[in-house]
Design a protein around this ligand. Structure first.
Ligand code: SF4
Ligand code: SF4
Ligand code: SF4
Length: 325
Protein backbone atom coordinates (compact mmCIF):
# COMPACT_ATOMS: atom_id res chain seq x y z
CA UNK A 1 0.00 0.00 0.00
CA UNK A 2 1.18 3.54 -0.63
CA UNK A 3 -0.49 6.26 1.37
CA UNK A 4 -1.34 9.13 -1.00
CA UNK A 5 -1.59 11.51 1.98
CA UNK A 6 1.70 13.44 1.81
CA UNK A 7 1.32 14.68 5.41
CA UNK A 8 0.98 11.13 6.72
CA UNK A 9 4.08 10.08 4.80
CA UNK A 10 6.03 13.06 6.16
CA UNK A 11 5.01 12.07 9.70
CA UNK A 12 6.21 8.52 9.10
CA UNK A 13 9.47 9.87 7.72
CA UNK A 14 10.04 12.01 10.82
CA UNK A 15 9.30 9.05 13.09
CA UNK A 16 11.80 6.88 11.22
CA UNK A 17 14.46 9.60 11.37
CA UNK A 18 14.08 9.79 15.17
CA UNK A 19 14.91 6.10 15.52
CA UNK A 20 18.49 6.68 14.32
CA UNK A 21 21.26 8.63 16.05
CA UNK A 22 22.20 12.05 14.67
CA UNK A 23 25.68 11.04 13.63
CA UNK A 24 27.30 10.36 10.26
CA UNK A 25 26.84 6.61 10.84
CA UNK A 26 23.26 7.20 11.96
CA UNK A 27 22.50 9.16 8.80
CA UNK A 28 23.96 6.42 6.59
CA UNK A 29 21.92 3.84 8.48
CA UNK A 30 18.78 5.95 8.04
CA UNK A 31 19.28 6.12 4.26
CA UNK A 32 19.75 2.36 4.19
CA UNK A 33 16.60 1.91 6.29
CA UNK A 34 14.54 4.06 3.92
CA UNK A 35 15.66 2.00 0.97
CA UNK A 36 15.01 -1.25 2.80
CA UNK A 37 11.54 -0.43 4.13
CA UNK A 38 10.38 1.06 0.83
CA UNK A 39 11.50 -1.95 -1.23
CA UNK A 40 11.68 -5.00 1.06
CA UNK A 41 10.61 -7.49 -1.66
CA UNK A 42 13.31 -6.32 -4.07
CA UNK A 43 15.88 -6.34 -1.31
CA UNK A 44 15.07 -9.91 -0.32
CA UNK A 45 14.97 -10.98 -3.98
CA UNK A 46 18.56 -9.79 -4.54
CA UNK A 47 19.70 -11.26 -1.23
CA UNK A 48 18.24 -14.64 -2.17
CA UNK A 49 19.62 -14.42 -5.70
CA UNK A 50 23.12 -13.78 -4.36
CA UNK A 51 23.37 -17.34 -3.01
CA UNK A 52 20.70 -19.20 -4.98
CA UNK A 53 23.24 -21.14 -7.05
CA UNK A 54 25.00 -22.43 -3.95
CA UNK A 55 21.87 -24.21 -2.73
CA UNK A 56 21.39 -27.96 -3.31
CA UNK A 57 18.27 -27.15 -5.32
CA UNK A 58 18.45 -23.63 -6.76
CA UNK A 59 15.08 -22.02 -7.46
CA UNK A 60 13.83 -20.11 -10.45
CA UNK A 61 13.34 -16.83 -8.61
CA UNK A 62 10.57 -14.38 -9.36
CA UNK A 63 11.54 -10.72 -9.34
CA UNK A 64 8.88 -8.54 -7.71
CA UNK A 65 6.79 -6.74 -10.28
CA UNK A 66 6.00 -3.06 -10.33
CA UNK A 67 9.41 -1.63 -9.33
CA UNK A 68 10.16 0.06 -12.60
CA UNK A 69 12.91 2.51 -11.76
CA UNK A 70 16.42 1.46 -12.79
CA UNK A 71 17.90 3.70 -10.11
CA UNK A 72 15.99 1.83 -7.36
CA UNK A 73 17.10 -1.48 -8.79
CA UNK A 74 20.74 -0.40 -8.78
CA UNK A 75 20.56 1.10 -5.30
CA UNK A 76 19.00 -2.01 -3.78
CA UNK A 77 21.49 -4.28 -5.56
CA UNK A 78 24.34 -2.13 -4.25
CA UNK A 79 22.95 -2.24 -0.69
CA UNK A 80 22.68 -6.04 -0.84
CA UNK A 81 26.21 -6.36 -2.23
CA UNK A 82 27.42 -4.11 0.56
CA UNK A 83 25.74 -6.36 3.15
CA UNK A 84 27.26 -9.44 1.55
CA UNK A 85 30.69 -7.84 1.46
CA UNK A 86 30.47 -7.72 5.25
CA UNK A 87 30.13 -11.50 5.30
CA UNK A 88 32.04 -12.63 8.31
CA UNK A 89 30.82 -9.73 10.41
CA UNK A 90 27.21 -8.58 10.24
CA UNK A 91 25.60 -10.99 7.83
CA UNK A 92 27.25 -14.24 8.71
CA UNK A 93 29.29 -14.23 11.87
CA UNK A 94 26.64 -12.63 13.94
CA UNK A 95 22.96 -13.29 14.10
CA UNK A 96 20.15 -11.47 12.45
CA UNK A 97 17.14 -12.79 14.32
CA UNK A 98 16.35 -14.74 17.44
CA UNK A 99 14.26 -17.90 17.34
CA UNK A 100 11.32 -17.79 19.75
CA UNK A 101 9.19 -20.46 21.31
CA UNK A 102 5.49 -19.88 20.64
CA UNK A 103 5.05 -18.82 24.26
CA UNK A 104 7.73 -16.12 23.97
CA UNK A 105 6.37 -14.88 20.63
CA UNK A 106 2.88 -14.65 22.14
CA UNK A 107 4.18 -12.41 24.91
CA UNK A 108 5.46 -9.94 22.34
CA UNK A 109 2.33 -9.72 20.19
CA UNK A 110 0.11 -9.28 23.24
CA UNK A 111 2.03 -6.39 24.80
CA UNK A 112 -0.38 -3.73 25.97
CA UNK A 113 2.15 -0.98 26.59
CA UNK A 114 5.38 0.28 25.10
CA UNK A 115 8.35 -1.87 25.90
CA UNK A 116 11.78 -0.54 26.74
CA UNK A 117 14.08 -3.08 28.28
CA UNK A 118 17.13 -0.90 27.77
CA UNK A 119 20.40 -2.60 27.02
CA UNK A 120 19.85 -6.32 26.93
CA UNK A 121 22.53 -8.88 27.72
CA UNK A 122 24.54 -10.24 24.79
CA UNK A 123 23.11 -13.70 25.44
CA UNK A 124 19.71 -12.41 24.32
CA UNK A 125 20.56 -10.00 21.56
CA UNK A 126 21.01 -11.66 18.22
CA UNK A 127 23.80 -9.54 16.82
CA UNK A 128 26.18 -6.77 17.67
CA UNK A 129 24.25 -3.72 16.57
CA UNK A 130 21.04 -4.90 18.24
CA UNK A 131 21.10 -3.39 21.68
CA UNK A 132 17.68 -3.17 23.18
CA UNK A 133 14.18 -4.51 23.02
CA UNK A 134 12.23 -1.32 22.44
CA UNK A 135 8.75 -1.42 21.01
CA UNK A 136 6.82 1.81 20.67
CA UNK A 137 3.06 1.62 20.10
CA UNK A 138 3.18 -2.09 20.82
CA UNK A 139 -0.46 -2.59 19.94
CA UNK A 140 0.07 -1.31 16.37
CA UNK A 141 0.52 -4.53 14.47
CA UNK A 142 0.45 -5.18 10.73
CA UNK A 143 0.54 -8.36 8.73
CA UNK A 144 2.53 -8.22 5.52
CA UNK A 145 3.17 -10.81 2.83
CA UNK A 146 6.17 -13.06 3.29
CA UNK A 147 8.63 -11.76 0.74
CA UNK A 148 10.81 -14.88 0.90
CA UNK A 149 7.89 -17.13 -0.06
CA UNK A 150 6.88 -14.69 -2.83
CA UNK A 151 10.42 -14.78 -4.22
CA UNK A 152 9.86 -18.46 -5.09
CA UNK A 153 6.75 -17.64 -7.13
CA UNK A 154 4.25 -20.48 -7.28
CA UNK A 155 6.67 -22.84 -5.55
CA UNK A 156 6.62 -20.68 -2.42
CA UNK A 157 4.68 -22.10 0.52
CA UNK A 158 1.25 -20.75 1.40
CA UNK A 159 -0.35 -18.91 3.06
CA UNK A 160 1.80 -15.85 2.37
CA UNK A 161 0.31 -13.32 4.80
CA UNK A 162 2.30 -14.43 7.85
CA UNK A 163 4.89 -11.74 8.68
CA UNK A 164 3.95 -9.78 11.78
CA UNK A 165 5.34 -6.23 11.98
CA UNK A 166 5.15 -4.77 15.49
CA UNK A 167 5.20 -1.19 16.74
CA UNK A 168 6.11 2.17 15.27
CA UNK A 169 7.58 3.54 13.09
CA UNK A 170 7.87 0.17 11.35
CA UNK A 171 4.15 -0.49 10.94
CA UNK A 172 3.51 2.92 9.37
CA UNK A 173 6.47 2.55 7.06
CA UNK A 174 5.30 -0.82 5.84
CA UNK A 175 1.79 0.51 5.31
CA UNK A 176 2.47 4.01 3.97
CA UNK A 177 5.61 3.53 1.94
CA UNK A 178 5.87 0.04 0.60
CA UNK A 179 3.52 -0.60 -2.27
CA UNK A 180 4.39 -4.26 -2.57
CA UNK A 181 3.84 -5.88 0.83
CA UNK A 182 0.07 -6.11 0.86
CA UNK A 183 0.19 -4.84 4.45
CA UNK A 184 -2.83 -4.36 6.67
CA UNK A 185 -3.43 -3.57 10.33
CA UNK A 186 -4.57 -6.44 12.54
CA UNK A 187 -5.67 -6.76 16.15
CA UNK A 188 -3.54 -8.60 18.69
CA UNK A 189 -6.00 -11.49 18.56
CA UNK A 190 -5.64 -11.72 14.79
CA UNK A 191 -1.85 -11.67 15.11
CA UNK A 192 -2.05 -14.43 17.74
CA UNK A 193 -4.16 -16.52 15.36
CA UNK A 194 -1.52 -16.15 12.64
CA UNK A 195 1.21 -17.15 15.12
CA UNK A 196 -0.67 -20.22 16.29
CA UNK A 197 -1.60 -21.37 12.78
CA UNK A 198 2.03 -21.00 11.72
CA UNK A 199 3.05 -22.97 14.79
CA UNK A 200 0.70 -25.79 13.79
CA UNK A 201 2.48 -25.87 10.44
CA UNK A 202 5.81 -26.23 12.26
CA UNK A 203 7.14 -22.80 11.18
CA UNK A 204 10.00 -21.10 13.02
CA UNK A 205 8.98 -17.96 14.95
CA UNK A 206 11.81 -15.46 14.85
CA UNK A 207 12.17 -11.95 16.25
CA UNK A 208 14.07 -9.81 13.76
CA UNK A 209 16.36 -7.11 15.13
CA UNK A 210 17.68 -5.67 11.92
CA UNK A 211 20.31 -2.96 11.65
CA UNK A 212 17.89 -1.21 9.24
CA UNK A 213 15.45 -1.01 12.16
CA UNK A 214 18.10 0.74 14.28
CA UNK A 215 18.90 -2.62 15.89
CA UNK A 216 15.42 -2.73 17.43
CA UNK A 217 12.90 -5.54 17.38
CA UNK A 218 10.51 -4.86 14.52
CA UNK A 219 8.89 -8.08 13.39
CA UNK A 220 8.11 -11.65 14.21
CA UNK A 221 8.54 -13.78 11.16
CA UNK A 222 7.06 -17.26 10.76
CA UNK A 223 9.48 -19.08 8.54
CA UNK A 224 9.77 -22.37 6.71
CA UNK A 225 13.14 -23.89 5.81
CA UNK A 226 12.26 -24.25 2.11
CA UNK A 227 11.54 -20.54 1.46
CA UNK A 228 13.17 -18.46 4.20
CA UNK A 229 16.25 -16.57 3.04
CA UNK A 230 17.70 -16.57 6.55
CA UNK A 231 17.08 -20.28 7.14
CA UNK A 232 18.44 -21.33 3.73
CA UNK A 233 21.50 -19.26 4.36
CA UNK A 234 21.90 -20.74 7.84
CA UNK A 235 21.37 -24.35 6.75
CA UNK A 236 23.29 -24.42 3.47
CA UNK A 237 25.83 -21.61 3.67
CA UNK A 238 26.47 -22.30 7.35
CA UNK A 239 25.88 -18.58 7.91
CA UNK A 240 24.38 -18.48 11.40
CA UNK A 241 21.70 -15.85 10.88
CA UNK A 242 19.30 -17.10 13.54
CA UNK A 243 20.29 -17.26 17.19
CA UNK A 244 18.71 -20.01 19.24
CA UNK A 245 15.65 -19.61 21.45
CA UNK A 246 17.61 -20.39 24.60
CA UNK A 247 16.39 -24.00 24.52
CA UNK A 248 17.49 -27.16 22.78
CA UNK A 249 15.63 -30.35 21.95
CA UNK A 250 16.29 -33.52 23.94
CA UNK A 251 15.08 -36.95 22.85
CA UNK A 252 14.00 -39.45 25.47
CA UNK A 253 15.41 -42.66 24.04
CA UNK A 254 13.07 -44.78 26.20
CA UNK A 255 10.07 -43.28 24.41
CA UNK A 256 11.56 -42.82 20.94
CA UNK A 257 10.70 -45.48 18.33
CA UNK A 258 13.19 -44.10 15.78
CA UNK A 259 10.46 -43.33 13.22
CA UNK A 260 12.44 -40.43 11.75
CA UNK A 261 9.56 -37.94 11.58
CA UNK A 262 11.52 -35.40 13.60
CA UNK A 263 14.54 -35.82 11.34
CA UNK A 264 12.42 -34.98 8.28
CA UNK A 265 10.78 -32.04 10.04
CA UNK A 266 13.76 -30.35 11.68
CA UNK A 267 13.95 -26.75 10.46
CA UNK A 268 17.71 -26.52 11.08
CA UNK A 269 18.98 -29.92 9.84
CA UNK A 270 19.89 -30.62 13.45
CA UNK A 271 18.67 -34.22 13.72
CA UNK A 272 20.99 -36.88 12.39
CA UNK A 273 21.54 -40.65 12.55
CA UNK A 274 24.27 -41.99 14.80
CA UNK A 275 26.44 -45.04 14.07
CA UNK A 276 23.56 -47.26 15.22
CA UNK A 277 21.18 -45.52 12.81
CA UNK A 278 19.35 -43.91 15.70
CA UNK A 279 18.15 -40.28 15.65
CA UNK A 280 20.14 -37.80 17.72
CA UNK A 281 20.05 -34.03 18.15
CA UNK A 282 23.10 -32.05 17.09
CA UNK A 283 23.08 -29.51 19.92
CA UNK A 284 25.28 -27.09 18.00
CA UNK A 285 22.73 -26.83 15.20
CA UNK A 286 19.48 -27.08 17.19
CA UNK A 287 17.86 -23.67 17.64
CA UNK A 288 15.09 -24.77 20.01
CA UNK A 289 12.36 -23.86 17.51
CA UNK A 290 9.87 -26.53 18.68
CA UNK A 291 9.33 -27.71 15.09
CA UNK A 292 10.06 -31.34 15.93
CA UNK A 293 7.85 -31.44 19.03
CA UNK A 294 4.64 -31.29 17.03
CA UNK A 295 5.47 -34.25 14.79
CA UNK A 296 6.61 -36.72 17.44
CA UNK A 297 3.70 -39.04 18.13
CA UNK A 298 5.49 -40.60 21.13
CA UNK A 299 6.03 -37.32 22.96
CA UNK A 300 9.68 -38.26 23.15
CA UNK A 301 11.01 -34.73 22.57
CA UNK A 302 11.18 -31.94 25.12
CA UNK A 303 12.94 -28.59 25.11
CA UNK A 304 15.57 -27.94 27.76
CA UNK A 305 16.98 -24.59 28.77
CA UNK A 306 20.47 -23.81 27.59
CA UNK A 307 22.91 -22.46 30.18
CA UNK A 308 21.63 -18.86 30.57
CA UNK A 309 25.17 -17.49 30.60
CA UNK A 310 25.51 -18.79 27.04
CA UNK A 311 22.06 -18.14 25.62
CA UNK A 312 18.89 -16.90 27.27
CA UNK A 313 15.27 -16.86 26.07
CA UNK A 314 13.62 -13.61 24.98
CA UNK A 315 11.05 -14.04 27.70
CA UNK A 316 9.54 -10.56 28.11
CA UNK A 317 7.83 -11.24 31.44
CA UNK A 318 10.99 -12.70 32.99
CA UNK A 319 13.14 -9.86 31.62
CA UNK A 320 10.77 -7.22 32.97
CA UNK A 321 10.76 -8.91 36.36
CA UNK A 322 14.57 -8.98 36.36
CA UNK A 323 14.77 -5.29 35.48
CA UNK A 324 12.29 -4.31 38.20
CA UNK A 325 14.00 -6.45 40.85
S1 SF4 B 1 12.12 -14.19 7.21
FE1 SF4 B 1 10.53 -15.81 7.25
S2 SF4 B 1 8.46 -14.93 7.41
FE2 SF4 B 1 10.02 -13.27 7.07
S3 SF4 B 1 9.86 -12.91 4.95
FE3 SF4 B 1 11.44 -14.50 5.15
S4 SF4 B 1 10.42 -16.54 5.26
FE4 SF4 B 1 8.92 -14.91 5.33
S1 SF4 C 1 9.61 -38.32 15.94
FE1 SF4 C 1 9.75 -38.97 18.07
S2 SF4 C 1 9.64 -41.19 18.01
FE2 SF4 C 1 10.08 -40.50 15.92
S3 SF4 C 1 12.31 -40.57 15.78
FE3 SF4 C 1 11.77 -38.51 16.42
S4 SF4 C 1 11.87 -38.57 18.66
FE4 SF4 C 1 11.80 -40.67 17.96
S1 SF4 D 1 15.79 -30.38 16.70
FE1 SF4 D 1 13.69 -29.62 16.92
S2 SF4 D 1 13.89 -27.79 18.20
FE2 SF4 D 1 15.94 -28.29 17.40
S3 SF4 D 1 16.10 -27.08 15.53
FE3 SF4 D 1 15.35 -29.10 14.92
S4 SF4 D 1 13.12 -28.83 14.89
FE4 SF4 D 1 13.95 -27.11 16.04
Amino acid sequence: MFNPDAEARKKTQRALSKAFPRTTEGFAALLHAQLYFAYIPLYVYYMRESFNNYLPEPDVLVKPRGIEFDIVDELVKTAVNECNSKAGSLMTNSYHAKVLRLEDAEQIVTLTEDLNLGELPKTIMPYEVAKSAIIEAADRIAIIDCVCRNTRGEKGCTPRDVCIVIGEPWVSWCLDRDRYLNGHIVTQDEALKVLRECHERGNVHAAFFKDVAAGRLYSICNCCPCCCTALLSQNYLTAPMMAGSGYIAKIDMDKCVNCGLCEKKCNFLAIYRDANNHVQVNEDLCRGCEGCLGVCKKEAITLELVDASVLAPLDIKALKAQMNA
